[in-house]
Structure formats: C-alpha cells, structure tokens
Write a protein that binds this ligand. Structure first.
Ligand code: SF4
Length: 264
C-alpha cells in the first residue's frame, strides 16, 4: 500500500473511532505531533487535509494522584485568613503528562470565582502564548504558588501579592504537583513565582531569559502575562516570546520561521 493510502486508512479509522465511541481515540503527544506533521499532504496526493484531533494521553495514575492532592487542598485551612476569605481553592489545570508546567503567583478575583488558574485577561494572554508555541492549553499544566486568593480589605479592589509565609505554607502542595507531573520544563511567570520556587529576589530584567534548575528540572523565568498587559511595549513582549523559544528549543521542538518572527 502506498503511503498516502495508508495514511488515509489511518485517518478514516481514527475518525470512525471518534464518531462511534464514547471515548475519543487517545495518542501520545509525540505520535500526535508526528501525525499532524504528515497529515496536511498536498492535494496532488489525493489525501484529505485532516487535522488529527484527539485527546492527549493521560496517565490514570497521575490523574488519581493529583486528584488526591486536590482533595486535601480543597479542605486546607493552614492559612485561616485565606481559607475564610476564598470562594474556593484554585488547584491547577491541564495535562498530568505535560511537558511544560507554567507557574504563576496566586489566584486573582476571576480565578477565585471560577476555580481555575489564569482565566482572566492575563490568563487569556498566557493561553495565546501557549498556542503560539504550538500547544493547546489542555496539553500543558498551569498552576500557582498559592492555591487561595490572597485576601484584600473589604471594599478594596485588585490583588495583593502572597506573603513569604503564605508561599512557604502552600509550597508543599506545588511540590507534590511537580513531583507527580514531572514536567520536562518549568516556566516561572513573574518575580513572585521565582521567589516561591527558588527563594530568589531580584529584578525581573536580571532574572528572565535564563535557565535555572528546580530539583533537577530546567526552569525558565519570564515575565508574568499581567506585566505585559500593563506594559504593552513590543520589546517587552518580544522578550517573553524569546524566552518561550528557548523553552521550545530545550524540548527539541522544531521552530518555524513564522514562530521565529512572531510577536505576541
Ligand atoms: S494558601 Fe495553600 S496552605 Fe494556605 S489555606 Fe490555601 S491551600 Fe492551604
């Protein structure tokens, strides 16, 4: 059988499985990437241009372990002021098998209301960055140093950064998440995430764009998306994108010309 026909057969089978089964077909990320690279064959090959759309493989053991930690977090009252002011805890979201783990500082008002990290404007920008890197939001894992929204005085607006004590108290949960997921790369978003992970305090202009190590896992530091919303200068956006290209290179991902020239 010629390659185009073989590919067509694979595609038809996958589509039938998707349409007929309650469970969508599942593939490892590398298999998915390989299929997506060859799927859009030229029309002359007489093969339909089909984007393979399947769920990313999830390790059931990792899913169970994360769920167990999440259950403990949702009942946590180690910071009594945060436990009494929060709407809910914000554990983390994404693929338990993720290659990349993005870590921010703490839930804001939107995240506290929805129970998911990075869902406000900064979250939308982070999702855009993730997509530009060639991933779906569901393929990576996103979490914060703190699982509860830092409380603010009644009637006041905005967020406050977590205190060192709050970060220290909540850190073990994040350590468990990282230990279960075992990402190939961690991306620390902003100075608070860097302090929570590495205990380092320094201006972001000195920290970003450099590789660090977190218990043996490569850790890239870049600006928090909220900073880019406050500072819309193209040069700052470009810096974040250059940091993300370093991440892609570290993961041995092919970077297209379009990606190299991309501006957030
Ligand atoms: S911030 Fe973390 S340690 Fe503190 S109450 Fe919330 S879940 Fe518990």
């Amino acid at each position: 059988m010629q390659f185009p026909q073989a590919l067509e057969t694979v595609l038809q089978t996958l589509e039938r499985m998707r349409d007929e089964s309650a469970h969508r077909p599942c593939a490892s990320r590398s298999a998915l990437n390989a299929l997506n690279r060859v799927a859009p064959l030229p029309a002359s090959d007489n093969v339909r241009e089909t984007k393979i759309d399947m769920e990313v493989a999830k390790d059931p053991k990792k899913t169970e372990k994360l769920a167990a930690v999440q259950t403990r977090v949702s009942a946590c009252i180690k910071c009594p002021n945060l436990a009494s002011s929060r709407t809910q805890t914000v554990f983390g979201v994404g693929n338990p098998d993720a290659e990349i783990m993005f870590i921010g500082e703490a839930p804001g008002a939107d995240e506290d209301a929805q129970g998911e990290p990075f869902v406000g404007r900064a979250g939308q920008l982070l999702t855009k960055i993730i997509k530009a890197m060639g991933f779906a939001r569901e393929e990576v894992y996103i979490a914060n140093i703190l699982k509860c929204r830092p409380d603010v005085p009644a009637g006041s607006f905005g967020n406050r950064p977590p205190t060192p004590r709050e970060m220290q108290t909540c850190r073990p949960y994040l350590m468990e998440q990282i230990d279960i997921i075992k990402p190939k790369v961690i991306v620390a978003l902003g100075a608070v995430a860097v302090e929570g992970l590495l205990g380092t305090r320094a201006p972001m202009r000195e920290l970003r764009g450099r590789w660090n190590s977190f218990n043996g896992t490569p850790l890239m530091i870049t600006y928090h998306p909220a900073y880019l919303l406050r500072n819309q200068s193209p040069s700052e956006k470009r810096k974040v994108w250059e940091d993300m290209m370093l991440v892609l290179e570290r993961l041995d991902k092919l970077i297209s010309e379009k990606q190299r020239n991309y501006f957030l």
